[in-house]
Write a protein of this length. Structure first.
Length: 282
């Protein structure tokens, strides 16, 4: 296959090429070198880009629906803002510091991706598989994660403020120092999740621009937090109506103003916790 004089084939060397707005639907570019390529608004639907090197590539507005990007290198400020990645396979891909703000990743497979400090603001990740993903310090504020699979995901220091996490599966997820302020976690599964506080260094605060795990005003109504670690977690004004907190460790947590109506606290550890009325639990 040849497009604009370039051979489109597995292992092709297409570094720095301009393929903007070209039709590459179904193309086989497995293990190809596409570093710094211009693929703006290109049609790569159902393309095979497994293990391709796309570091620094510009794919703003590209159509990558159902594309295979498993194991692909998408680091070094790859631009995928507004791209269509519905149903794409990104299993094991490296997305560190990539810009996917506003991208459509509905139903995409992002299991085991490395996405540290990745920009996913207002991205559509509804129903996406993020099991085991490393999202340390990722920017997910305003993102749609409805029904997303985040089992065992690393979300330490991630920004999830205002995110939609209704019915998301966060069991065994690590949320230390994550910002969940204003997030909607209605009926989310947080069994055995870790939300404990770790004091951040001054350097971390400057880099990430938010401090400790902040769940102020989050909606956790009907959420399953059975066995979750909420040690010293900040739960001020959080909506926990009908939530299951069976066996959760809430020692030292701040629940001032939280709504615990019809929540299940059987077996929960509340030693030293500040209760909704401001009293300290023995």
């Amino acid at each position: 296959m040849e497009v604009n004089g370039y051979k489109i084939e597995p292992g092709a060397n297409l570094e720095d090429v301009n393929l903007a707005q070209t039709n590459l639907e179904g193309a086989n570019l497995a293990q190809a070198n596409l570093r710094y390529a211009n693929l703006t608004q290109a049609n790569l639907a159902s393309a095979d880009m497994e293990d391709a090197n796309l570091a620094g590539a510009d794919m703003i507005g590209a159509n990558l629906s159902n594309a295979n990007l498993s194991g692909a290198d998408l680091r070094a400020d790859v631009r995928l803002s507004g791209a269509n990645l519905r149903g794409a396979n990104l299993n094991g891909a490296n997305l560190c510091v990539a810009d996917l703000s506003g991208a459509d990743l509905q139903g995409a497979n992002l299991s085991d991706v490395t996405a540290q400090s990745t920009y996913l603001m207002r991205a559509n990740l509804g129903g996406a598989n993020l099991g085991g993903a490393d999202l340390d310090a990722a920017y997910l504020y305003g993102a749609n994660l409805t029904n997303a699979n985040l089992v065992g995901a690393n979300l330490r220091k991630s920004s999830l403020n205002g995110a939609e996490l209704t019915k998301a599966n966060l069991s065994d997820a690590h949320l230390t120092s994550a910002d969940l302020s204003g997030a909607n976690l209605t009926q989310a599964n947080l069994t055995s999740a870790y939300l404990g506080t770790r004091r951040m260094s001054d350097r971390e605060m400057r880099i990430h621009r938010f401090d400790s795990d902040d769940i102020l005003g989050a909606n956790l109504s009907g959420a399953d937090l059975s066995g979750a670690n909420l040690t010293k977690a900040n739960l001020i004004d959080v909506n926990l109506t009908r939530a299951s907190l069976k066996g959760a460790n809430m020692s030292g947590a701040n629940l001032l103003g939280a709504d615990l109506t019809n929540s299940d606290l059987s077996g929960a550890v509340l030693t030293g916790a500040t209760m909704p009325d401001g009293s300290i639990h023995d």
